[in-house]
Design a protein around this ligand. Structure first.
Ligand SMILES: [Zn+2]
Ligand SMILES: [Zn+2]
Length: 114
């Protein structure tokens, strides 16, 4: 299972990556609720567990502005103890631009580091 919080401005993300990160936020909450360890994601700088709800809502806001549907609410996130993880946004931007021409193009014309 692959889950990642890109933590980039949602408006610069292509449809695939926007919807992908959103689905992964639901998967991440599901993983936490099942008590499955997320330490590997934390260690690899892929998640910020204290910002899941905030990130989810930012992604949904952008999805809705593009006319995409959002039907399922995010389940309650259990209290998390210890390390939340940190995502390096500069590295995230480099990686998504390496992987995706659409995001790379969008990143030059949209998105602010709010
Ligand atoms: Zn959602
Ligand atoms: Zn993309």
């Amino acid at each position: 299972m692959s889950m990642r919080m890109w933590m980039l401005p949602p408006e610069m993300m292509c449809r695939k990556h926007l919807l992908g990160e959103h689905v992964e936020m639901h998967m991440l909450v599901g993983t936490i609720r099942k008590g499955i360890s997320t330490q590997g994601y934390i260690d690899n700088g892929l998640v910020e567990l204290d910002r899941i709800q905030e990130r989810h809502d930012a992604l949904v806001k952008e999805m809705e502005s593009r006319g995409y549907n959002h039907k399922s609410p995010l389940p309650e996130i259990p209290q998390i103890e210890g390390d939340f993880g940190t995502v390096d946004r500069e590295e995230s931007l480099r990686e998504i631009c390496r992987r995706c021409d659409d995001c790379r193009l969008r990143s030059t014309t949209r998105g602010s580091w709010a």
